[in-house]
Design a protein around this ligand. Sequence first.
Ligand SMILES: Cc1ncc(COP(=O)(O)O)c(C=O)c1O
Length: 526
Amino acid sequence: MSARSKAHSAVRDVPQVDASTITTHSGHRGLQMLEPLIFEMGSSGRTGVDFPPVPKFESKLGGLGRQGAIGLPALSEPQVVRHYVRVSQKNFAIDSGLYPLGSCTMKHNPRLNEKVARLPGLSDIHPLQPQSTVQGALEVIDTLAHWLTTLTGLPAVAMSPAAGAHGELTGMMTIRTAHEARGDARKRILVPDSAHGTNPATAVLCGYAVDPVPSLPNGRIDLEALKAKLDDDVAGIMLTNPNTCGLFENQIIEVAEAIHAVGAYFYCDGANFNAIVGKVRPGDLGIDIMHLNLHKTFSTPHGGGGPGSGPVVMSAELAPFAPLPYIVKGPDGLRLIETEADQAAAGDGGQSYGRMRSFHGQMGMFVRALAYMMSHGSDGLLQVAEDAVLNANYVLARLKDVMSPAYPGPCMHEALFDDSFLKDTGVTTLDFAKAMIDEGFHPMTVYFPLIVHGAMLTEPTESESKESMDVFIVTLRALAGDAKAGDAARFTGAPYLAPLRRLDETRAARSPRLRWTPEAPAGANE
Ligand SMILES: Cc1ncc(COP(=O)(O)O)c(C=O)c1O
């Protein structure tokens, strides 16, 4: 009996057939239904709406009106409703179950956030409205900015960036503008070899050469190797802390001192802020500038139904070079400084390089992040960090005898394993991840960070209960046992129980078919 089947022990004794060998007549698998594209479902002439006959009118299109049908699928209302319900059920989301994707902080998105974000005064406003009519919304942005600077110990913040990677770009452009303003254009950015791919990509996009810094066998940056690379051509470093191996960079103060000694800036990738929020202020560690993934630390995770948001906090020294817009308090209330002319009128001698995007940022994300912060309070946010770290260590401690931890000792917010426990089993990290799908778990992040062979990065976040982690752990322990016992086929053919079997991931990534094209009617090419 499986670890969890006790609840179903009332099931009658029936003949056992291997489910993976059953092919169904309908193509459905149990109540998981095979879903065609909506374009494949239509049948001409059917409709879900009755339009009144079009009254006589005189066309003003000068003969440019559409001549034929535009190819919309013709369906009845029940067909449309069922289609979209079934499509929605194909999503695996944090609302469906444990989502252990490391480096993504897939935490529960409290429903209170959604309630507040839907308040008409916040959801029905338009970014082009006169500022006097949106003072409440500006106050939300300003209050959130205040809490972000308070939590990070960095006094200024650019709120507009639309994601973590966009925040990185904002940060690098701010650093470049600050160097250039001193007439000191520099050429290199140091990036540890454990970094998220967006870090070197951002530096390159900004015109810098990336100089990789190796990691030590303990998963942290090699400080001596870093120091050997420092000279007055280095513009800055991009370091993630806690890093992508789920470890705290415990020489971060020394890193900051070394970087500052050559006049460079310390950019911190703050995607993993969840592990230290309320516990330590990055500004106190010598960091000059850092993005925060609101959609991780402050809920609404990727896949949680919304866009991202990556505000960038920074030191007073870098603040004059921050992008527009920003909010100031005037005699008539809050006001957005959106242009150079606004800056001049406000007597602000800032040297901004302009905008990073249209309008002011992701308003819905701002509201959710602020609702999350205010409902947790400072003690609650501290507990978020502590529980996230505790949960990751619980997973690590209970799996370390059957899987292979990448580094000895405790971790921060995520537990990292390599694939040495699969040696000689014929099972790869990818196979193991696919077998997890058959068990009802979204796989953890695999093959990242790149410096760990066959990496498996698991981040339970503080949202998980001990019970849900226990089921996950028992399952992974059993899978590790199956692999070592020689049951490779269970893995190499997985998933067996998902609606679709294993896809060609290279082809799916390199030549995705993103547009439906109708099949040519028979004989069309003859
Ligand atoms: C360490 C790290 N840095 C940067 C990013 C980029 O963030 P975003 O996906 O919001 O662009 C991620 C995303 O997963 C990350 O894990």
